[in-house]
Write a protein that binds this ligand. Structure first.
Ligand SMILES: [Zn+2]
Length: 208
């Protein structure tokens, strides 16, 4: 059982995030999915197929850490396990956002297969929790897109168990996953990633 007040707070943070991310063009139509932690065993997450700019309380449901619905007849996103493995791995994580922006999609397709995106020397790297200086390297692994979400969940969990300080990943031709201790942290991470992706694309454009 979960606390209904905590659920309401989590659901509201998801609805607000959806409005912001849709407005920025990072979650077009019914793409993307968002979640927020309720407690050690329960996660609030968007119901599959809902328009992210028009979310209401009925578009958020509860799942347990294995991704199974709790007190709900709705179906959560097909990518629910990509969220829950992050909550399993990092007890301090309070929110996970997955977006489908043009820049994340295009950049992930331009990167050489098998290589991570390395972001280095950008002042804005300090927007990520725990980063104090631009003199650091942010490594963003790029996983190939697949419809086998269980396999991708295993791969991402294994990679981040080894690299717990890295705050996100790309799925090629698909989008971004990032997380934070609070929804505000997580939204800041999305915004910072989008800025850095745009810088990388601009750099490729002027210096191919
Ligand atoms: Zn997706």
């Amino acid at each position: 059982m979960f606390d209904i007040t905590r659920y309401a707070v989590a659901a509201e943070s998801i609805v607000d995030a959806g409005r912001f991310l849709y407005q920025r063009g990072w979650s077009p139509a019914t793409s993307s999915n968002y979640s927020a932690r309720i407690d050690d065993e329960h996660i609030a997450i968007t119901v599959s197929g809902r328009h992210k700019g028009q979310l209401g309380a009925g578009d958020v449901m509860v799942v347990d850490l294995s991704g199974q619905p709790v007190q709900s007849n709705c179906r959560s996103s097909a990518e629910t396990r990509l969220h829950t493995v992050l909550y399993e791995l990092f007890p301090e994580v309070g929110a996970v956002l997955h977006t489908h922006s043009v820049k994340a999609t295009v950049l992930s397709r331009l990167l050489e297969p098998g290589r991570a995106l390395e972001l280095e020397g950008y002042e804005l790297q300090k927007a990520f929790a725990g980063v104090q200086t631009h003199e650091s390297v942010l490594t963003v692994p790029v996983f190939d897109n697949t419809q086998d979400i269980d396999a991708l969940a295993r791969d991402t969990k294994a990679w981040f168990a080894e690299h717990p300080e890295q705050p996100g990943y790309l799925i090629r031709g698909h989008g971004l996953y990032t997380w934070g201790n609070t929804m505000a942290d997580c939204l800041r991470h999305v915004e910072a990633f989008e800025f850095l992706f745009e810088c990388e694309l601009e750099t490729m454009r002027v210096r191919p």
